[in-house]
Design a protein around this ligand. Structure first.
Ligand code: DX5
Ligand code: ZN
Length: 215
């Protein structure tokens, strides 16, 4: 399978959201990445249901929704209703992760589990089989435009091996600090999905930058 690039709407111009969503529609990126922050799990607040609904109205590609919120199980149906295709919850925010993933599946979405930079891949041992996507945080969640954490490569290699050993189809997504200098090394280590916020939206030619990341 060729890899996926998921531009992060967090770095879009919210005053011109429709324009930026249409730009991603025109681009070679297969997904949208949507970051939801509650000001409790992470020290920032992004946006919620009305904004995602508005994005979904114009988006012609799947929404990959990354919840950086406490007790994400409270809102599974709501995210389905505003158009989420993949729903990712944080390992660190989920006391009953297995149940939450069952609920996401039952609601008709793909399941995602996100890991903070300090959380070892080994915690996924008994949940990988229920997980369609692992969102490997390569920065501390909360903000776009941060510096990539180098230890991520080791974690991707370990996770790829675990996926192989278990015969799972789980996708590995890298989230944070992905740029034109590190994306090839990430793909070589086993990444399947590259989230890119700052790299795409601060570029002088976002369409061209997405095309480069897709190569
Ligand atoms: C960080 C978010 C990321 C962020 C990535 O908490 O989960 O998705 O938007 O932004 P960049 O690519 O700018 O690091
Ligand atoms: Zn994200």
């Amino acid at each position: 399978m060729s890899h996926i690039v998921a531009p992060s709407i967090l770095s879009a111009d919210f005053g011109n959201l429709q324009r930026d969503v249409e730009m991603i529609n025109q681009s070679k990126a297969p997904w949208f990445h949507i970051d939801v922050m509650d000001g409790v799990f992470v020290p920032n607040i992004s946006f919620g249901f009305p904004v995602i609904k508005a994005i979904n109205k114009h988006a012609k590609k799947p929404l990959d929704v990354h919840l950086m919120i406490v007790q994400p199980e409270r809102y599974i149906e709501d995210f389905k209703n505003v158009g989420a295709h993949v729903l990712t919850v944080h390992y660190e925010a989920s006391t009953h992760l297995h149940r939450t993933l069952q609920q996401i599946k039952a609601a008709g979405m793909k399941t995602g589990v996100a890991l903070n930079p300090h959380t070892p891949v080994s915690v996924l041992e008994d949940i990988l089989i229920e997980t369609d996507l692992v969102c490997m945080m390569s920065v501390n969640p909360g903000f776009g435009g941060q510096k990539f954490i180098e230890n991520t490569y080791k974690k991707v290699t370990q996770l790829k091996q675990m996926i192989k050993d278990k015969g799972c189809q789980t996708l590995i997504e890298i989230d944070g600090g992905v740029d034109l200098n590190n994306y090839k090394k990430l793909l070589a280590a086993g990444a399947d999905v590259l989230v890119a916020g700052n790299t795409v939206f601060s570029s002088t030619d976002p369409l061209k930058t997405i095309e480069a990341l897709m190569q």
